[in-house]
Design a protein around this ligand. Structure first.
Ligand code: FCB
Length: 466
């Protein structure tokens, strides 16, 4: 590979609690919205659930050994709120918290930095029963929970990440409904977005108060949206999607305001009356770095007047399923992606990652960046000799690491790269049908872990930088 990342660059892998842990009833864990959603017929492909998943809850030592062998310097994992507070509020469930206590000690023992995400989509169901993220109180409950975790794990966690992809939580959870809790209300999604922003800001403050030395970050899935032509209307379609896909979080979190164009676009749906005096000051908190998840790019154009959404493709579903999550931008048409595509139907566009990193660095000078998720699903074949020759995943990995190196060469302060994912896991609405792992998990043979060829490739990157 031509360009090398600088010395000290952090190589890691990423996972999320509901996708790997299983043991959903162990040690006093309460139900999350994903337990309820996945057990609702028709919501997840083949009716699959995270009940067992990769059983990481019991096999975490073996998994950390794999991580160490891969040469990872950091591990990005998430903490299941309903293990720590089974009803999302009040008394702490010590047995649940102890799991993460063991995990961070296990990472330290292997010399691997812990990058802990406080919320990767598994909201305690009890809080959803009280309104979920559209209810303001959830932001305060989130800050309380963040304080509990920070007090318990302290500086054994090197970075606390407040939220993973709040866009998905708000718009896939409450607008298109393809993710838990599966609601389809544009206004609820916008309220959720604001309360996720508020929860982020309050949680940053809570963690800092508890662990002054901890680094703080948030992970956003910033969408790279290209206009289909040079026509003004297509540029405006792209701007509109960026507003409700990216700026709705970057604006408040990084600049302390919802952008005017976003407010104008959403005017027919809401007057933003849920934003109270002082909220924006709470939300905009200094961060140590920004996490960016990147998989693919999109092309959009303004839909011709009179043409309905149903007549066009499902390309605009936001990546994880059907439906239209683009609240306020219903007149935007997403073009079918250009091949080659991954098993998710996502295009492969490494230059877009370079652009995204360079552009974000330019917009927010002084803010370090890391790619906190990047990876690909392909239909893997387990060979009789136990190997998985996943050459397409290797090519995807190499091209995107090159794209990161190129962004650094152009001046973007990118400090790390986390491959999604350490191992195959529960891929939300797709169940176990989509495999993103560097490590193969054999769901029909005792969840046996086997290194794919891409794991060996990652190991070489992590240990030699090329
Ligand atoms: C991201 C999610 C992650 C995984 C990947 C494929 O949006 O953060 O949990 O599902 O997509």
């Amino acid at each position: 590979m031509p360009t090398k990342v600088p010395a000290g660059f952090l190589w890691g892998t990423a996972t999320a609690s509901y996708q790997i842990e299983g043991a959903t009833r162990a040690d006093g864990r309460g139900p999350s919205i994903w337990d309820v959603f996945s057990h609702t017929p028709g919501k997840v492909q083949a009716g699959e659930t995270g009940d067992i998943a990769c059983d990481h809850y019991h096999r975490w030592e073996e998994d950390l050994d794999h991580l160490a062998r891969l040469g990872a310097g950091a591990y990005r994992f998430s903490i299941a709120w309903p293990r720590v507070q089974p009803t999302g509020a009040g008394p702490v469930n010590r047995a649940g918290l102890d799991f993460y206590d063991r995990l961070v000690d296990g990472l330290a023992a292997r010399g691997i930095k812990a990058v802990a995400t406080l919320y990767h989509w598994d909201l305690p169901q009890a809080l959803q029963d009280k309104g979920g993220w559209p209810a303001r109180d959830t932001a305060h409950r989130f800050a309380d929970y963040a304080a509990v975790v920070a007090e318990a794990l302290g500086d054994r966690v090197s970075t606390y990440t407040t939220l993973n992809e709040p866009w998905c939580s708000a718009f896939l959870g409450y607008a298109s409904g393809v993710h838990a809790p599966g609601l389809t209300s544009p206004l609820a999604a916008l309220r959720a977005a604001h309360h996720l922003n508020l929860g982020h800001g309050l949680a940053v403050q809570a963690v800092r108060a508890a662990v002054p030395r901890a680094a703080l970050s948030v992970t956003l899935n910033l969408h790279v949206i290209r206009p289909a032509s040079d026509k003004q209307e297509d540029h405006d379609a792209a701007r509109q999607v960026r507003a409700v896909g990216n700026e709705i979080f970057c604006g408040p979190m990084l600049s302390g305001a919802y952008p005017e164009d976003l407010r104008a676009d959403l005017g027919p749906i809401t007057d933003f009356g849920f934003v109270r005096d002082g909220d924006l000051d709470q939300i905009r908190q200094p961060l140590d770095w920004l996490g960016i998840n990147y998989y693919s790019s999109s092309q959009v154009r303004r839909r011709p007047p009179g043409q309905t959404a149903a007549a066009t493709s499902t390309a605009g579903s936001g990546g994880h399923g059907g439906g239209n999550p683009w609240v306020g931008a219903e007149s935007v048409e997403f073009l079918d992606p250009n091949p080659p595509l991954t098993a998710m139907g996502w295009n492969i566009d490494p230059p877009a990652l370079t652009e995204l990193l360079v552009d974000t660095a330019r917009r927010y000078p002084g803010l370090d960046l890391a790619v906190t998720e990047n990876g690909s699903a392909f239909p893997d074949t387990l060979e009789p000799d136990g190997r998985v020759h996943d050459s397409k995943r290797i090519a995807y990995l190499e091209q995107h690491v090159q794209a990161v190196a190129e962004a650094i060469r152009q001046g973007a302060p990118v400090k790390g790269y986390f491959a999604w994912s350490l191992m195959d896991n529960f891929e939300w609405a797709w169940g176990y049908s989509r495999r993103f792992g560097l490590i193969h998990v054999d769901y029909s043979d005792g969840l046996k872990r086997r290194w794919k060829d891409s794991a060996h490739r990652f190991q070489r990157l992590a240990t030699t930088g090329v």
